[in-house]
Design a protein around this ligand. Structure first.
Ligand code: ZN
Length: 464
C-alpha cells in the first residue's frame, strides 16, 4: 500500500492532548509520523491529500451497536452495519449480544469474529451476554466469554432484575477484568410503557415509561459497584435523575460511567406528538440548525419510539449538562435497525429502536460543539479515548506507531440526511429530511479507505 500524507488538517488527539494544525503520515497501516516531520518523512510516491479546514482525529468508536448477526439479517448484517459505521466516521463498533441466538457462549463469539473478519468494513468488538439467552435467570459463562474475546458483558435490550444475580455477575466480571454495561430499566415500574411518562403520554393516550424506571436501576448499579468494586457502565442514559446519581457516585470515586445517545439529547417526548407540536415546543432551541425548512412527521411516528424513550426537555438539558461537565464521558448511537414492515404498525406494537451510526457525529457536533456546550477535543474524547479506556481497547489515539484508524470530518459541512445516503439495511431513522451540520469525509481502518466522500475529500484512491 502506498503511504498517505494528510496535510494542513486540524489534528485533534485527546489521548495526547493534541489540538493543532499538523500533517499526518500514514504508512503500512500505521501512523508513521505526525507534525513537521511527517512531510519530510513521506516517501516520494506517497499520496498527498490536503485537508485544510477539516478535522483529523482518531477513528471514532461506537460502543453500542446492534449488528443483528446472527439471526436477524433482514434488519442488518455485519457487512451493512459496518458500512453504515464507516460512513458515519466510525472505525470500531461494539456489537450487542441480543441476537438470535444471543451471544452467550464462546461458539457464537467465534462465529461473529469469523464473519466480521470476512465481511466487516470496520473493527467489530463483541459484548457478551450477562445471562444465558439474556433471560435474566442464570449467568452466562462469563469466563468462557472473556477467553473467547468479548470486551464487555451486557444484557442490552433487557435488564437483569434480580439484584443478587447482578451482584454475582459483577463479581465474576471483576475477576475477569470485564466492564459490565447495563440497559437500566426496572420492569416493575416500566411495565408495558411505550413512551416517556409525562404530559405527552397523557395527551396521546400512550402508556408511560417513567424516568424513575431508569433511575432505580442506575441507583442499584451504583450500590453494587460500591459493594463489589466492579466497573459498571450505564448505557443510553436519558433521565435527569440518572445524571445526578452518576455525578454524585463519580465524585465519590466509584467505578461507574455513563453514555448518552444523540437522539436523547436532540429530541424530546413532544416529538411523538408530531413535528408541529415538537417545533412549537421543545424544538425551538434547535431552530438555529434548521434554516431552509423544518422537517415534518406525523404524530405516533414509530421512528420516534425507542427504549429508553425520548424524555422531557428538562431531561434533555440534564443530559447535555452531564456531557458538558464530564459526568457522561461516552457518546454512543444505540444503532438499532428494524425493517419497515416491523415499524409500520400502531405505536404500541412497533419494536423499540432507531438507526444512528450515520447521524451520530453530526447531531453530537450540533448539540454540543456548535451550541458551544463542549469543545471539539472533549467531544472527540467521548467517541475515542474514553470508550477505548473503559473497554481497554488498544484504540482511540493517533500516537505514532498506532494502527492508522483515522477519521477526517468537516465540522461545518451542511447536508441533508436521506434514505439514499444510508448504507444500513434498515431505514428507521427519525432524522431523514433533517439538515445536519458536520460530516465524516474520510474513514481509514488500518490505513485502508473504508469511506470517502469524494467531493469533500478529493479522490483518495486505494489507501495506504
Ligand atoms: Zn438498550
Amino acid at each position: 500500500m502506498a503511504a498517505l500524507l494528510l496535510t494542513g488538517g486540524r489534528v485533534v488527539d485527546p489521548a495526547n492532548r493534541l489540538d493543532a494544525p499538523n500533517d499526518v503520515l500514514i504508512s503500512d497501516g500505521k501512523i508513521a509520523a505526525l507534525g513537521p516531520d511527517a512531510a519530510r518523512q513521506a516517501p516520494r510516491d506517497a499520496e498527498r491529500l490536503e485537508v485544510n479546514g477539516l478535522v483529523v482525529c482518531p477513528g471514532l468508536i461506537d460502543l453500542h451497536v446492534h449488528l443483528r448477526e446472527p439471526g436477524q439479517t433482514t434488519k442488518e448484517t455485519i457487512a451493512s452495519g459496518t458500512a453504515a459505521a464507516a460512513r458515519g466516521g466510525f472505525t470500531s463498533v461494539v456489537c450487542m449480544p441480543n441476537t438470535s441466538p444471543a451471544i452467550d457462549n464462546a461458539g457464537t463469539v467465534a462465529l461473529i469474529h469469523e464473519r466480521a473478519a470476512r465481511n466487516g468494513l470496520v473493527h467489530v468488538f463483541i459484548a457478551g451476554a450477562i445471562t444465558r439467552s439474556i433471560a435474566g435467570e442464570e449467568l452466562a459463562p462469563i469466563g468462557g466469554l472473556k477467553r473467547a474475546g468479548v470486551v464487555a458483558i451486557t444484557d442490552d435490550g433487557h435488564c437483569v432484575q434480580n439484584h443478587e444475580l447482578m451482584r454475582r455477575a459483577l463479581e465474576y466480571a471483576k475477576m475477569f477484568d470485564l466492564t459490565v454495561m447495563d440497559h437500566c430499566q426496572d420492569y416493575s415500574l416500566v411495565t408495558d410503557g411505550v413512551m416517556h411518562e409525562g404530559r405527552w403520554s397523557i395527551a396521546l393516550g400512550l402508556r408511560g415509561w417513567p424516568a424513575a424506571g431508569e433511575e432505580m436501576i442506575v441507583a442499584r448499579n451504583i450500590l453494587l459497584a460500591e459493594l463489589t468494586g466492579a466497573r459498571v457502565h450505564c448505557q443510553h442514559l436519558t433521565a435527569a435523575g440518572s445524571v445526578q446519581l452518576l455525578r454524585e457516585a463519580r465524585k465519590r470515586g466509584l467505578p461507574v460511567s455513563g453514555e448518552a445517545c444523540p437522539h436523547h439529547f436532540t429530541l424530546t417526548d413532544a416529538a411523538v406528538a408530531g413535528s408541529t407540536r415538537f417545533w412549537a415546543n421543545d424544538g425551538k432551541d434547535l431552530a438555529g440548525f434548521q434554516e431552509g425548512g423544518l422537517p415534518e412527521w406525523p404524530a405516533y411516528d414509530t421512528n420516534f419510539k425507542m427504549n429508553p424513550p425520548l424524555r422531557s426537555a428538562t431531561d434533555r438539558e440534564a443530559i447535555l449538562a452531564g456531557l458538558a461537565d464530564g459526568t457522561l464521558e461516552i457518546l454512543a448511537s444505540d444503532h438499532a435497525p428494524h425493517c419497515d414492515y416491523e415499524k409500520e404498525v400502531e405505536f404500541d406494537y412497533a419494536p423499540f429502536g432507531i438507526t444512528g451510526l450515520e447521524t451520530g457525529l453530526a447531531l453530537s457536533l450540533m448539540q454540543l460543539y456548535h451550541s458551544r456546550r463542549l469543545g471539539l477535543a472533549d467531544l472527540i474524547a467521548k467517541y475515542t479515548v474514553n470508550p477505548a479506556r473503559l473497554l481497554k481497547l488498544n484504540q482511540g489515539t493517533l500516537t505514532v506507531g498506532a494502527d492508522a484508524d483515522v477519521t477526517v470530518f468537516d465540522p461545518d459541512a451542511e447536508w441533508t440526511y436521506t434514505p439514499e445516503l444510508s448504507a444500513s439495511k434498515s431505514k428507521n431513522s427519525p432524522f431523514f429530511g433533517w439538515k445536519l451540520k458536520g460530516r465524516a469525509v474520510l474513514t481509514l481502518v488500518g490505513g485502508r479507505v473504508v469511506w470517502s466522500d469524494r467531493k469533500a475529500a478529493g479522490a483518495v484512491a486505494a489507501g495506504c
